[in-house]
Design a protein around this ligand. Structure first.
Ligand SMILES: Cc1cc2nc3c(=O)[nH]c(=O)nc-3n(C[C@H](O)[C@H](O)[C@H](O)COP(=O)(O)OP(=O)(O)OC[C@H]3O[C@@H](n4cnc5c(N)ncnc54)[C@H](O)[C@@H]3O)c2cc1C
Length: 388
């Protein structure tokens, strides 16, 4: 069994397989390394990895609150703050870790279970109906099945399927602001490009960034400038050491999910390589872990087709709904209403906490919003979705 990429998807798949006695070879030359990422683990991700985090006690920030503001509002940004529940050091609504620490932990978990790490870059892969081949500078490996868990720039995806096209990616860019500390997530809705600037407190620094569709016309430099201005305007830049990052995030439009494939006769794509990221919240770690587990389960059961089926039945419908809502969600008309509703309504705040925890599905969101009695908000979201 060959796995390219030891991020959350690849390491979790490797651990699941190796625990059941499968022979697993995992290729990744990058560790230890930081990954451009908020590092936010939602409640559903914590249900998977919480016990492992608790056993090893890696540094993590338990998020105690979130601040939402509308940066475009005049005369001054309109801000609302509300608490997120935290029940313990590695559970609650949202926990943020360094990806260097988190990914190292998952990789160690896989190696402890019996997976073999080859710390080499994969240069090429080949598959046919009988098996797969992986080539590195040191040699060639053969196996029955190949897992492509090599992220948004996946080489495996390019070789066995089709590369992501530009309109299927967004670019996230910003700064790690070292030396800054905060207990809250900050979300600042902006109109151009439509979306939000985020600030996530991580151990020792803030991860601050913005995301825009790759084909939207804004360059990485322009986007980074926006986050820099945001840091300066809030008095956060002085005294911080700013380290730049930019990284693609798969963000498939709804129509592309109808034909998306994540598996063939001797290959499976996992996590980012399969495009499994929520295009609204950019949550991808949970999807990476869940897809790694399902791919491993399908292989262990000998029913490879189960993998694609479970993705199509259980994950893709929600990602399609998120893709439908994205454009409406990021419109200033909507975000202004949303920030006002957050300020005025405890029930809307409860819904938002659950969206951030990954426990409020997009299916049923309209009904849930209607039950908050914020009819304007519910109506605007769903009217804009249909271009009204
Ligand atoms: C700025 C930003 C903020 C984000 N914030 C969050 C967040 O707060 N919460 C959340 O849940 N998600 C977030 N995401 C998404 C999340 O980072 C990804 O969805 C997640 O890391 C996907 O995991 P993965 O294992 O599929 O891929 P990755 O984590 O990208 O891992 C891929 C691995 O493959 C290796 N690799 C690549 N090519 C090769 C090769 N040729 N040979 C060998 N190895 C290779 C890489 O070195 C890497 O270790 C964010 C993303 C970005 C860019």
């Amino acid at each position: 069994m060959l796995i390219v990429g030891a991020g959350p998807a690849g390491s979790w798949a490797a651990a699941t397989l190796a625990r059941q006695g499968a022979r697993v070879t995992l290729f990744d030359p990058s560790h230890p390394r930081e990954k451009p990422c908020g590092g936010g683990l939602t409640r559903r991700a914590l249900e998977k990895v919480g016990p492992l985090l608790a056993a090893t006690r890696i540094p993590a920030v338990v998020i105690r609150g979130a601040t939402f503001e509308h940066a475009a509002a005049s005369p001054s940004p309109y801000t609302v703050t509300f608490p997120l529940h935290a029940d313990g050091p590695y559970d609650g609504t949202l926990v943020v870790t360094s990806r260097a620490e988190f990914d190292r932990l998952l990789l160690q978990h896989a190696v402890d279970a019996g997976a073999r790490l080859v710390p080499s870059r994969v240069l090429n892969v080949r598959t046919d109906t009988t098996g797969a081949e992986v080539e590195t500078a040191e040699g060639t490996w053969r196996g029955r099945v190949l897992f492509g868990a090599d992220g948004a720039n996946s080489l495996v995806r390019r070789r066995v399927h089709v590369p992501f096209r530009r309109h299927q990616l967004s670019i996230a860019t910003g700064f790690f602001a070292h030396g800054l500390d905060h207990e809250q997530i900050r979300i600042s809705c902006v109109g151009s490009p439509p979306g939000y600037i985020w600030s996530f407190p991580r151990p020792g620094h803030l991860a601050v960034g913005i995301c825009a569709q790759a084909d939207a016309g804004a360059s990485s430099a322009e986007l980074r400038e926006l986050t820099h201005d945001w840091l300066v305007n809030r008095g956060l830049a002085a005294g911080a050491r700013l380290e730049r990052y930019a990284w693609p995030i798969p963000s498939l439009p709804e129509r592309d999910w109808r034909t998306a494939r994540a598996a063939g006769p001797s290959w499976m794509l996992l996590g980012d390589a399969a495009g499994l990221v929520d295009p609204l919240t950019r949550e991808g770690i949970y999807f990476a872990i869940q897809s790694g587990e399902w791919a491993a389960d399908a292989l262990l059961s000998g029913r490879l087709a189960d993998y694609q089926q479970r993705l199509s039945d259980e994950l893709v419908p929600e990602l399609r709904r998120a893709a439908c809502l994205r454009d409406a969600f990021f419109q200033p008309r909507f975000t202004r209403l949303m920030v006002e509703a957050l300020a005025g309504s405890r029930r809307v705040r409860e819904v938002m906490v659950e969206i951030m925890a990954g426990t409020q599905p997009y299916r049923g969101l309209k009904r849930r919003l209607l039950r908050t009695f914020e009819f304007g908000l519910a109506w605007r979201l769903f009217a804009m979705q249909f271009g009204v």
